[in-house]
Design a protein around this ligand. Structure first.
Ligand code: CMC
Length: 428
């Protein structure tokens, strides 16, 4: 049987048959029959906002692939820098391509002294690092005014390299400022994750060598967070990018979208929740309160995964490796119990609520010594590669500016009343 859908306009009796392609229908076909009639879909739950060749996500079956490569294979064999190359260019690099890419990224990690001295140091001592990150990314556009020339792919690529390279420097700089510690300059002899850890933790030693298990674990977490198709922040990136804003301004907007507790802020919320639960004995009563609708189980549920998030499975394994080095987090037992109770409860099973990427990542970050308000920053560093891959794709596709329709639900037309005639009851 043909995979089509027929829509009939009952006002005129006219009908249109639209093919169902890859599980969806093209709105242009719909518009041919019904110009001016639009879909009401405020959170885009049933709207595909982009055609993309970057990340394939099958939420029903718990599958995630970057450019066709299963996330499990990339997490096991690859590095974040290689994955960033894959996302941006579409294929894994040859040894020569990788070396050139690694060299470029490594040699763009420094930030302008004015940005550090005058801008970052101007923040209040207790400024949230995500607020600092959003602002400093946006400020980069003022240091590289040529970034506005988005018509030139070589100019765009230069900003892509700068952004991927400078994110760890900005992130660690935000932390050092809030900790009252001096800024640590990048060390070009270290790889991406080890260099970030050096900029975070170096004190008086001439060179900071991170524990290799911890720097590899962080690199794996960077791989897992590098892209996730049309999530809230990527949609922000594509929406802002569709106005042809420069890559820094668009990335700042995407980072702001990531900040919220429903998105990249959830890993912080998970630790707060585990602290509130406090002990294994309280897990059942907490789950009962969640079921009564009093709160949500943080790190559970996902708009598209209706199965175990494949990233959560890898993170759980990575957590074991990290705890071997750091010692076990006291919150781990509560998390394991919570997962066990939730996954045997009809409420969570019937709603297909499983642990997502954020359920265990916060425990790893905490064990590695990161303060809680750095957790979302740790998400933003690698997601930058994904955001920029989407930005480049959007420009290549020459997409129209994003401009959805609106259902107006406000007052009908009314007459302006001079202020002296108003008594506060102007309802009509
Ligand atoms: N705890 C308890 N119930 C939940 C949860 C949860 N975490 N998530 C969804 N539900 C229930 C919800 O109450 C609703 O029940 P009912 O049908 O009885 O009204 C049903 O499941 C469907 O929920 P929804 O609100 O329609 O789901 P959504 O797709 O709009 O929300 C979500 C997705 C991720 C925002 C949500 O699951 C949530 O708030 N989770 C907790 C926060 C979290 O872990 N966020 C990280 C997401 S993964 C990382 C990332 O991409 O940023």
């Amino acid at each position: 049987m043909a995979e089509t859908i027929t829509i009939t306009d009952n006002r005129t009796g006219e009908a249109v048959e639209i093919p169902i392609l890859n599980g969806g229908v093209d709105s242009k076909e719909w518009s041919k029959l019904l110009p001016g009639v639009w879909f009401q879909d405020p959170s885009f739950g049933t709207t595909s906002g982009a055609s993309s060749a970057i990340t394939e996500l099958d939420g029903e079956n718990g599958i995630l692939r970057y450019r066709g490569y299963p996330i499990e294979q990339l997490a096991q064999h690859s590095s974040y820098l290689e994955v960033a190359y894959l996302l941006i260019f579409g294929d894994l690099p040859t040894p020569e391509q990788f070396e050139a890419w690694r060299y470029e990224i490594t040699h763009h990690t420094f930030i302008h002294e004015n940005l550090r001295k005058h801008f970052m140091e101007g923040f209040h001592h207790d400024a949230h690092p995500m607020g600092m990150l959003v602002s400093t990314i946006a400020a980069l556009s003022t240091f590289y005014p040529e970034a506005k020339n988005i018509e030139d792919p070589s100019v765009v690529m230069k900003q892509v390299i700068r952004l991927i390279a400078k994110m760890p420097t900005l992130a660690a700089g935000a932390y050092r400022h809030s900790a009252g510690m001096p800024f640590v300059y990048p060390d070009n002899s270290l790889d991406f994750a080890a260099n970030f850890l050096s900029m975070m933790w170096k004190t008086a030693e001439p060179r900071y060598d991170a524990n290799p298990v911890l720097s590899r674990a962080l690199d794996v977490l960077f791989i897992l967070h590098a892209d996730h198709e049309q999530n809230c922040s990527t949609t922000a990136m594509r929406t802002v990018g569709s106005s042809h804003a420069d890559p820094y301004s668009a990335t700042a907007a995407a980072t702001a979208a990531l900040y919220g507790p429903r998105h990249g802020g959830a890993n912080e919320a998970v630790i707060k929740m585990l602290n509130v639960i406090g002990s294994i004995d309280n897990v059942q009563s907490y789950v009962d309160a969640v079921k009564r609708g009093e709160m949500r189980l943080q790190g559970f549920g996902h708009r598209v995964y209706k199965n175990y998030d494949p990233r959560a499975r890898i993170i759980k394994k990575t957590a074991d490796e990290v705890f071997e080095v750091t010692g076990k987090s006291p919150l781990l037992d509560i998390a394991l119990k919570l997962e066990e109770v939730a996954l045997s409860d009809e409420y969570f099973l019937s709603r297909k609520l499983y642990p997502n990427v954020d359920f265990y990542s916060g425990l790893i970050y905490q064990a590695m010594g990161f303060p809680m308000d750095m957790f979302t920053v740790l998400f933003a560093i690698p997601r930058t590669a994904g955001w920029l891959a989407h930005y480049i794709e959007l420009l290549d596709q020459d997409s129209r500016i994003c401009r959805p329709r609106q259902l107006y639900i406000g007052k009908p037309e009314r007459e302006y009343a001079p202020i002296e005639t108003r008594n506060g009851s102007q309802a009509g």
